[in-house]
Design a protein. Structure first.
Length: 323
């Protein structure tokens, strides 16, 4: 099926093992790949809405088992969807070359674009990124993918969702958990876009995932919540929440006393916080509707503070501000 198969083109590409197409051991295919990359980079230079991803799921044809998600499985322990696989050395060398083509071609052009490296499925603490890469993509990411890689100083991306059914709430919860763990990007497979439904309103069960106008509206609630925060000042916070019974929390905070928290699960819940002295205000956000509710204010001497939520289902968000 590949255009690089010599039987499928008139360019006299070399006959090679298909698993070597995206390696440096691919014969004269490499020169065609370079020409394509440089042409694409040149033509897209004046487009601001472009990120160059080097390769999609490069571990698929050249996998190296790096970890497993659940080591206690009795069967299928080292298989998808429990395996965490990385691309092998031949793949990584080829990806580094592609990144070099992108950066060297852009050095001759007016504008620069971000380069993304697709790391793996689920979660893994990356050792390093390819030179020139600014975005690290994970598929079907756990929030820990953001937590473990925050120190890389790169934009961390939940780059593909799916396979959890059609319910909007599942994918919205994934987005909130990942972004409030320090993620920088969330983009999802949306099966409501299909041939004949370019408006994104196809609600038939025609794919292994979700997507709908309603999900996009819910993701807008998250986007608006994040845009209201001083994100440049904020980072993942693992100390403020001391205990949250029956729910899971993820929090960002700043030294100036701004806290953003997502509470995943069903409430009401009591959340124990450790806060410095000061006067605080609380605002609750309904993650489904976007409605905001004043949670009141309190003067705190420092130490433990119990925050009680109202009843909620499938998550609620809070913004806590120290005056």
């Amino acid at each position: 099926m590949s255009p690089f198969n010599r039987a499928n083109n008139v360019n006299q590409t070399d006959a090679i093992d298909w698993k070597k197409v995206n390696t440096l051991e691919n014969g004269n295919v490499l020169q065609h790949q370079e020409r394509y990359v440089r042409k694409l980079v040149h033509e897209a230079n004046d487009s601001a809405n472009v990120i160059f991803e080097i390769a999609n799921e490069p571990w698929s044809d050249r996998p190296v088992l790096a970890n497993v998600v659940n080591p206690y499985l009795f069967t299928g322990r080292d298989q998808y969807p429990n395996s965490v696989e990385l691309p092998d050395e031949l793949s990584m060398a080829w990806q580094a070359r592609v990144a070099d083509w992108i950066t060297s071609e852009e050095s001759k052009l007016p504008d620069r674009h971000l380069i993304a490296q697709n790391c793996c499925n689920f979660v893994y603490p990356m050792k390093q990124t390819i030179a020139g890469v600014s975005v690290v993509n994970f598929h079907y990411a756990y929030p820990q993918a953001a937590v473990l890689n925050y120190g890389l100083g790169k934009a961390l991306s939940y780059d593909e969702t799916g396979f959890l059914g059609r319910e909007d709430e599942k994918y919205a919860r994934q987005a909130w958990n990942f972004m409030l763990s320090g993620g920088g990007v969330f983009d999802n497979l949306d099966y409501s876009f299909s041939v004949g439904h370019e408006d994104g309103k196809d609600l038939q069960a025609n794919g292994p995932g979700g997507g709908s106008p309603e999900l996009r509206r819910q993701l807008r609630v998250l986007s608006d919540f994040l845009r209201d925060l001083p994100l440049v000042e904020m980072s993942p916070d693992f100390d403020t929440v001391r205990h949250a019974g029956g729910v899971v929390t993820h929090m960002l905070s700043s030294h100036s006393g701004q806290y953003a928290m997502y509470v995943d699960g069903d409430g009401p819940a009591e959340i124990s916080l450790k806060l410095p002295p000061g006067e605080y205000s609380v605002q609750w956000v309904d993650v489904i509707t976007g409605d905001k509710k004043d949670g009141g204010g309190f003067k705190h001497p420092g130490g433990e503070k119990i925050l009680k939520t109202a009843a909620f289902r499938n998550g609620i968000a809070a913004r806590i501000s120290r005056r």
